[in-house]
Design a protein around this ligand. Sequence first.
Ligand code: COA
Length: 326
Amino acid sequence: MVKARIIATGSYVPEKVLTNHDLEKMVDTSDEWITERSGIKERRIAAKGQTASDLACEASKAALKQAGLKGGDIDMIIVATVSGDMPFPSTACLLQKRLDAKKAAGFDVNAACSGFLYALSVGESFIKSGAHKRVLVVGTEVLSKFVDWEDRTTCVLFGDGAGAVVLEAATGDSGILSTHLHSDGNLWELLNIPGGGSKNPPSKDTVKEGLHCIKMKGNETFKVAVRTLEALATETLKHNKLKPAQLTAFIPHQANLRIIKATAERLSLPMDKVVVNLDRYGNTSAASIPIALDEAVRTGRIRTGDYVLLEAFGGGLTWASALIRW
Ligand code: COA
C-alpha cells in the first residue's frame, strides 16, 4: 500500500532575537514570570517587510535541497498559516512563484497552531490517492505582526518562523501511519484575531480597538489543551496498536512547557523523548512542529525505523496528530 513519506525537512527563523529581558523593557513582565509560566526564554521576530512567504521560501529551499529536488519537481504546495502575506492570493501561490514550482497546485490551510498537521494530512491524502507524487507542506507564521505589543498576556508568547517537509509516495515501512484531525468551533472565542475579516472588516475603529491582534483566554485554553492532547495521543497510539514506550520522539506543538510536560507525564513519557525548542522560539503557531521536526532530524534524534508522534493544538479550536514511522 502506498504511504506518504517525509523525505526531507527544512526550517528558517528570522535573525532578530527578542529575549525576555527585552520584553521587560516593553511591558510589565519579568524573565522569571515568562520562564516559569511558559518555558520561553527568547523568540525570533521578522524584520520589517519580511513576510510569511519570505520565511516559507527559505524553509522550503532547505527542504528541497535536502531532498535533492527543484521547485519544478513538486506537484502540490500546501501552506499552513494564519499570518499569510495577504487575504488573497494564497501564500502557497506566492511561494510557488518564488520556488519556480510551475506544475504545482497551491493553496493555504487555516487551522491556526494545528495548521501544519492539517496540511500534512491533506498532503498525505493526495499522495495516498495516487493523485500526486510529491507534495511540499509548509508551516509559516509572522505572528509578531499580529501581536498587541502592549498586551503582556499574549506578546510574551509568540514568535516567527517557518518549517517545511517534502512528502513523496513510498511503499516500504517508512511513512505517515495515520493522521487524526479534530475541531470544536464552540470554543472559537478562546483564541482568535477578531478583526480584518467579514465580521469586523478593517476600519479606523477596528484598528483603534486592536481587533487585528491576537486575543486569547490563556488559562481556559491551557486547561482544554492538557485534556485534549492526552486523549489525542492515546487515540493515535491506540489506532496504531502502539504503547507510549515504543515512541522514539514526541514532537508537540511548542506553546507552553507546562502543557508539554503535563501531556508527557500523563503518557508516562520521559522528557528526554520529548522535543522542546520553545525556549528559543516561543510559540510559532503552524511553524512550530515542522521547525522542531527539522531540528530533531538534523541533530540525529530521529532515525530510520523510529516511531515519531506529532501533536498540535490551537485556535478554532483545533487539534491534530500524526504518527510517523521514520
Ligand atoms: N508577566 C507578568 N504577569 C503576567 C503576564 C506577564 N507576561 N501575563 C499575565 N500575567 C499575570 C496575570 O495578569 C495574572 O495576574 P492576576 O492573578 O493578578 O490576575 C497572573 O499573571 C496569572 O495569569 P494567568 O493567565 O492565570 O496565568 P497562567 O498561569 O494561565 O499562564 C499563559 C498564562 C498564557 C502562559 C498560559 O495560560 C498558557 O500558556 N495558556 C495556553 C496558551 C496556549 O497554549 N495557547 C495557544 C495554543 S496554540
